[in-house]
Design a protein around this ligand. Sequence first.
Ligand SMILES: [Zn+2]
Length: 283
Amino acid sequence: MLVPSGLGGFYAGSTKNNTEKKWVIAVVGSDVLLFSDDGANPRLAISSDEADVLRFFCERRLCLGQWHGGDCEVWDLLPEATACEGFVRSELRSLLAHSNDAEFSLASRATQLLDWQRKHQFCGQCGSPNKISATEHSLICDNCNLNHYPRISPCVIVAVTLGDKCLLARHANWPEGRLSTLAGFIEAGESAEQALHREVFEEVGVEIDNIRYIGSQAWPYPGQLMLGYIAEAKSETINVDGIEIAEADWFRYDNLPSILAPPTIMAGRLIKQFIDEAVELYG
Ligand SMILES: [Zn+2]
């Protein structure tokens, strides 16, 4: 099967191609098991031969799509699987720092589909048990014919800029010194742009303009889709809401807080883009 090169080897189809080579993503709870046969470079995608030892601990299996041309399944494992030789348990967050976009998408999909299935065992309309569809990633209620699809929650995240400065804020439940871009869920009926205007105004009292889309990232905590933007502030005065946001301030591109999100996550990517553009203009 041909896969567009921009997908990095991961194709999120719902059907199996019955390929000879098969891949397994091993999941324990909300973590993944990485495998290394020589103690170095633990891998996320495990061949079905390598995964065979885990079969005894496997409670559920689901097709995730294709990985580098082979069918790929997620296995939901009992915690005892962690003791198998060569396997190391890893949180998704730490995987993010060491993997590329395609690998992180694959891991996100694996944990999200399991989590979604676990939480949707019964039909929300009539209460009958749901069944797994054989043709697509959905759960079906035979009693009332309702299809249930994995829930994805879109969020907007934005670096608000003012000339050579960027607005960074601290959430009320974050420790002192941790500042980042603003973010929030898109409400029912809202466009992404409307959500941006609303969130920024609610959280810091600033109106924005010239919204630019930068990119998106699946964020499996759980099922979020982060849509990343850069926008310009219309004015400098900040009024923090004092509920969600404890403090917020403007920071020049060459005088940013020392602790910032890494560019592997959307907040860090937006901040990096702001810095790159500011260096070009003001450096
Ligand atoms: Zn039903």
